[in-house]
Design a protein around this ligand. Structure first.
Ligand code: FES
Length: 185
């Protein structure tokens, strides 16, 4: 019941759709995701082209962009949920579920592809036992594609927990994953 109320916090404001009153109501929502999203919207919605900055800020704060945040963003920016969802799915960076403890991003762009990136991606899938945009069953790793890390001259490249690694072979990737597992958090 409370969840349903939270989801309709913005919609129930009728003519105040996306206005200050709607955001005030959403900031007081019982849903932490809706309340946090509304606070971010209040801060960023009036800047030019607010959708991407809002999505980045929501993911930074919540670890992902949950469904109720999509609803809140759409209402506040006068967009349809499909439009917001379309942007989220267009950019591989955005996710609907929280990431695992470690995030491995494997470059899938051209220079890396030409230097063994495809085999490296296959090895990453096999070593982790999950596909791209997914996490390992033990919650240790999320595997994501990335399109150029600026290390084209030293490809293939990956990024592990925000740290770039160049000239990565399958054996080097195994060592990186092992080290990350050993380090835990
Ligand atoms: S293409 Fe992979 S780092 Fe540029």
């Amino acid at each position: 019941m409370r969840q349903r109320e939270a989801k309709s916090d913005l919609a129930s404001t009728g003519g105040a759709r996306g206005g200050p009153m709607a955001l005030d109501a959403a900031q007081a929502s019982a849903s932490p995701a809706v309340a946090a999203t509304a606070r971010i919207l209040a801060r960023l919605k009036d800047q030019p082209g607010p959708l991407l900055p809002v999505l980045h800020a929501v993911q930074h704060e919540l670890g992902c962009i949950p469904a109720e945040a999509v609803q809140t963003i759409a209402e506040a920016l006068n967009l349809s949920r499909a439009e917001v969802h379309g942007v989220i799915t267009f950019y591989p960076h955005f996710r609907g579920e929280p990431a695992a403890r470690h995030t491995l991003e494997v470059c899938r762009a051209e220079a890396c592809q030409a230097m063994g990136g495809e085999q490296l991606a296959a090895h990453a899938r096999q070593a982790l036992g999950c596909d791209f945009h997914a996490s390992t069953g033990d919650g240790d790793f999320t595997l994501e594609p990335v399109y150029c890390l600026g290390l084209c001259a030293q490809s293939p490249a990956v990024m592990l927990d925000g740290q770039p690694h160049a000239r990565v072979t399958p054996a080097k990737l195994d060592r990186l994953l092992h080290r990350a597992r050993e380090a835990g958090q």
